[in-house]
Design a protein around this ligand. Structure first.
Ligand code: C2E
Ligand code: MG
Ligand code: MG
Length: 407
């Protein structure tokens, strides 16, 4: 976007030109006009605060009229690129509405010019926003028809491979049976707010799964990911209230539920985040800070918020076997966490070398493909039952070797 100052009587664009920019008038007046049979017909005089030239940018049509300054004008120029970047970030429903309104306006404008008062037929090719709207509908239907499924990835004690808990990770089973990973649907769910329903669907599945593993207070925990969206709606009845209700239905103790959140929540509105996290904490839920070590990690968040667990992001864990700098960073994080009484969980452990480096740095818990990929609850239960049958008298039946999928 840039600002320009234009003298009076300057043409800005002509009928039939490609629409490459839209303009916001800060000062001055602009005439919009057409020329029919050599006769100039004035359509509008637009002044400060008005936008012109936007329709062609929105629908990609050539200019349907010309524009020229009437007096000295100060204009803000939005290139088509800037405009589309804003549209791409927008709610697809709003974008589609905008396109429809432009198309209707154009229809009405040409009818008025032709003196045509017959009803117009309105139909158009599906706009760009449509694909996203259709996907939003599909995801909403998936939530309603139980097609959002949890997979569970074990979190283990690194020295023994003993399984401590599971992280619930969302998958979308499409009607053609294809399983879609989070990056294929969570960004849109996040933009449209559907993420909140998805998170509660996941929470219910995770708590039921934990309930099948052991009694109320004993046994492995489940980690559930929650979007920052749950914390920004003042009308929301609150995460703590909803989760506590779920606990009583699934007969689980709160300490077996870990709530995973990312720092974006705490940075956007720290005071609100602190209040709500304290409420969750007071109910007995443990709070895990996910993806620590990425983006805008801030140590100040750690002492203000009631955080019990730091989950170190794969991107840092991946480097520690080969990079002394990554090891130094991790060593410091482990030190700070231990001083503050927090647990550290390393994410994305893919090989033996990383595992050993983590143990040397004093990190004792982790998850990753080296131990097990995310699996469906039924597969985990089948494997646990098979292990229990093999070693019915061995109280350490759950103890596996690192790398041997200790489920
Ligand atoms: P996350 O919470 O950090 O979850 C860990 C991600 O790392 C998972 O990806 C997991 O499959 C992947 N992972 C596990 N072990 C390894 C490994 O050894 N190497 C590598 N490279 N990756 C590993 P996934 O399942 O694709 O989930 C991606 C992200 O989507 C999650 O990252 C989380 O931020 C988000 N997500 C998943 N389920 C939910 C949900 O129910 N609600 C919300 N709000 N977010 C979710
Ligand atoms: Mg997570
Ligand atoms: Mg993570």
């Amino acid at each position: 976007m840039r600002g320009i100052t234009i003298p009076p009587g300057t043409p800005l664009f002509a009928e039939g030109d490609d629409a490459d920019s839209a303009y916001l008038i800060e000062e001055g007046w602009v005439e919009i006009f057409t020329e029919q049979g050599g006769r100039r017909r004035s359509l509008a005089l637009v002044g400060p605060g008005e936008i012109f030239g936007e329709m062609g940018v929105i629908d990609g049509s050539p200019r349907s009229a010309s524009a020229a300054t009437v007096d000295l004008c100060r204009l803000l120029v939005f290139t088509a690129e800037r405009f589309h970047a804003a549209l791409d970030r927008g709610d697809p429903f709003h974008v589609e509405l905008l396109r429809k309104m432009v198309s209707r306006f154009r229809g009405a404008q040409s009818a008025a010019m032709e003196g045509n008062d017959h009803p117009r037929l309105e139909s158009s090719a599906m706009g760009l926003g449509y694909a996203e709207l259709a996907q939003e509908r599909d995801i909403a239907e998936a939530v309603q028809s139980s097609r959002i499924e949890a997979q569970f990835q074990p979190i283990v004690e690194l020295s023994s491979g003993r399984m401590l808990g599971y992280e619930a990770l969302a998958r979308w089973r499409r009607t053609d049976n294809e399983l879609v990973a989070p990056q294929g649907f969570l960004p849109l769910a996040e933009r449209t707010g559907l993420i909140r329903d998805i998170d509660f669907v996941m929470a219910r599945q995770a708590m039921c799964f934990a309930g099948t593993l052991a009694d109320r207070s004993d046994g492995p925990y489940v980690n559930i990911n929650f979007s920052a969206r749950h914390f920004h709606d003042p009308d929301d009845i609150g995460l703590a209230t909803r989760l506590t209700k779920m606990l009583s239905v699934t007969r689980l103790d709160a300490h077996r539920v870990h709530i995973e959140l990312t720092e974006s929540l705490m940075i956007k509105d720290p005071a609100a985040a602190e209040r709500q996290l304290k409420e969750l904490s007071a109910h007995g839920f443990k709070i895990a800070l996910d993806d620590f070590g990425t983006g805008y990690s801030s140590l100040s968040v750690l002492h203000r918020m009631p955080i019990d667990i730091l989950k170190i992001d794969c991107s840092l864990v991946r480097d520690i076997a080969n990079s002394t700098r990554a090891r130094s960073v991790l060593r410091s994080i482990v030190g700070v966490a231990s001083d503050l009484g927090m647990e550290v969980v390393a994410e994305g452990i893919e090989d033996e070398a990383t595992l050993h480096a983590l143990l040397e740095l004093g990190c004792h818990r982790g998850q990753g493909f080296h131990f097990a990929a995310p699996l469906h609850a039924r597969d985990i239960l089948a494997r646990r039952n098979a292990m229990a049958e093999q070693q019915p008298l061995n109280p350490a039946a759950e103890v596996g070797r690192a790398g041997s999928a200790p489920l």
